[in-house]
Design a protein around this ligand. Structure first.
Ligand SMILES: NC(=O)c1ccc[n+]([C@@H]2O[C@H](COP(=O)([O-])OP(=O)(O)OC[C@H]3O[C@@H](n4cnc5c(N)ncnc54)[C@H](O)[C@@H]3O)[C@@H](O)[C@H]2O)c1
Length: 353
C-alpha cells in the first residue's frame, strides 16, 4: 500500500479531528502537527503520536507529502496554502479558500502549475443526506430540478467565536456550505443572479457582523434557490447546528431534516441537549458521527491513489463569487447579476450592510 507523510496546521476543533483521523489511517506513514497554543499542541501530539510537534509549520514542510490547513483566523488560509503549494505539497484547506478572488486565483494557479491536489473543506458534501440529494438529481429520481431551500442555524457561541476573530458574514462562513451544496447538485447550471438581505441586531454591538444572511440565487436553467444561514441560536450542545432542506423537482420532492432532533438527551443537571449535532461531527466510541472523518480519508485516498478530490479549489472559487455577491447585494439592497467574469468591488470592513 502507498503511504504518505502528512502535516496538519492548526489543531483546534477541526484540525484536532483531521489529525486524529490521519493518525488512525493506514494511508499515513507519519503525522506532523503545528499549533501555536502550546497546551493544545502537547495534547494533540500526545494523542496522535505525531512525529513533529511545532509552533512553526515551515519546520515540517520538507518532511511531508500533503498538508491539511485548519488554522484560524481565516487570514492565515492564503499565506499558509501559498507556502505549502509553493513547497510542492498537496493541500486540503478549510473554507474559506481565501479572502479575495485574487488570492484564490493565485493559489489555484500555483496548484495547477505544480500538478498538486488542492481541495477545500466543504464537509457537507460528505453528509450522506446531502449526498443523497445529489444522487437523486444524477439518477433522475427528482426529474428536472425546479427549486431548493436550505435553512441552516448554529449557536451564538459559535457565532461569537467566528465574529470575534474575523469580520466575515454568515454568507461567507455558513451559507457558503449550502451555496457549495446547491451548485454541486445543479452543475453544470451556474448562478446568474444573487439577491441577499441580512439582519444586524444581536451580534453587531460586540462583533460588527450580521446575525443571518438570506440569499436568493437564480441559475441559468431557471432554478431558484433560497439559502438562509444564521449564527445566533442560544448556546446549545457544544456547537449545535440545525439544517432543513427542500429540493423540489418535476418528478419528486426531497424533504430533508438534518436538525439533529433525533437524539435527545434530557439530564437532571443541565437539561436537554442534542448530541452529535455539530457540523463536522464527532467521534463516538469506535465510529465517527459526521462528515469530517470521511472527508479527511477521501483526501488521503485521493493523494495516495492519485485520484480526483471531490471539492477542487476551482469549485470553491465559484462559491466564493456567489457569497461575495450576496454580501454586496445585502450591502447595496440590489440584486447582483453574475456573469462568468464578475468580480466584486472592494467592500466595507464588515463585508455586509
Ligand atoms: N467544515 C466544517 O464543518 C467546519 C466547521 C468549523 C470550522 N470550519 C473551518 O475550519 C477552520 C478552523 O476552524 P476551528 O473551529 O477548528 O478553529 P479553531 O480556532 O478551533 O482552531 C484553529 C487553530 O489554529 C491555530 N493556529 C492559529 N495560527 C496558527 C499558526 N500560525 N500555526 C499553527 N496553528 C495556528 C489556533 O491556535 C487554533 O488552535 C475555520 O477557518 C473554519 O472556517 C469548518
Amino acid at each position: 500500500m502507498t503511504t504518505i507523510d502528512v502535516g496538519v496546521i492548526g489543531t483546534g476543533w477541526c484540525g484536532g479531528i483531521r489529525a486524529a483521523v490521519c493518525a488512525a489511517s493506514p494511508l499515513v506513514e507519519s503525522l506532523h502537527v503545528a499549533e501555536i497554543r502550546p497546551d493544545r499542541l502537547a495534547e494533540v501530539a500526545a494523542r496522535t503520536g505525531a512525529v513533529t510537534a511545532t509552533a512553526d509549520y515551515r519546520e515540517f514542510l520538507d518532511k511531508v507529502d500533503a498538508v491539511l490547513i485548519s488554522a484560524t483566523p481565516e487570514t492565515t488560509h492564503y499565506p499558509m496554502a501559498r507556502d505549502c503549494l509553493a513547497a510542492g505539497k498537496h493541500v486540503l484547506l478549510e473554507k474559506p479558500l481565501a479572502l479575495t478572488l485574487d488570492e484564490a486565483d493565485e493559489l489555484i494557479d500555483l496548484a495547477d502549475s505544480r500538478g498538486l491536489k488542492f481541495a477545500v473543506g466543504y464537509s457537507q458534501r460528505f453528509n450522506p443526506k446531502q449526498a443523497y440529494v445529489k444522487q437523486c438529481l444524477v439518477d433522475g429520481t427528482l426529474g428536472t430540478p425546479v427549486s431548493a431551500l436550505v435553512s441552516r442555524h448554529i449557536t451564538r457561541n459559535l457565532g461569537r467565536k467566528i465574529g470575534g476573530r474575523i469580520k466575515l458574514s454568515p454568507a461567507a462562513m455558513e451559507a457558503t456550505h449550502d451555496i457549495d451544496f446547491v451548485m454541486w447538485c445543479l452543475a453544470p447550471a451556474r448562478p446568474v443572479s444573487v439577491y441577499a438581505q441580512s439582519v444586524r441586531r444581536v451580534m453587531a454591538p460586540d462583533h460588527d457582523v450580521p446575525d443571518c444572511s438570506w440569499i436568493t440565487i437564480t441559475f441559468d436553467n431557471g432554478v431558484v434557490v433560497v439559502i438562509g444561514a444564521g449564527w445566533i441560536l442560544p448556546p446549545g450542545y457544544p456547537n449545535f447546528s440545525t439544517t432543513t432542506i427542500e429540493f423540489v423537482g418535476s418528478d419528486a420532492a426531497l424533504l430533508i431534516d438534518d436538525s439533529h432532533r433525533d437524539i435527545v438527551l434530557n439530564r437532571m443537571s443541565g437539561g436537554v441537549v442534542f448530541p452529535l449535532s455539530t457540523m463536522p461531527g464527532e467521534q463516538v466510541g469506535h465510529v465517527y458521527a459526521g462528515p469530517m472523518a470521511t472527508e479527511t480519508t477521501h483526501f488521503l485516498t485521493a493523494v495516495t491513489g492519485d485520484g480526483p478530490v471531490l471539492v477542487p479549489a476551482r469549485e470553491a472559487r465559484e462559491v466564493m463569487r456567489v457569497y461575495l455577491a450576496a454580501d454586496l447585494s445585502a450591502e447595496s439592497g440590489q440584486p447582483v447579476a453574475l456573469d462568468p467574469y464578475w468580480r466584486p468591488p472592494v467592500l466595507s470592513a464588515a463585508g455586509t450592510g
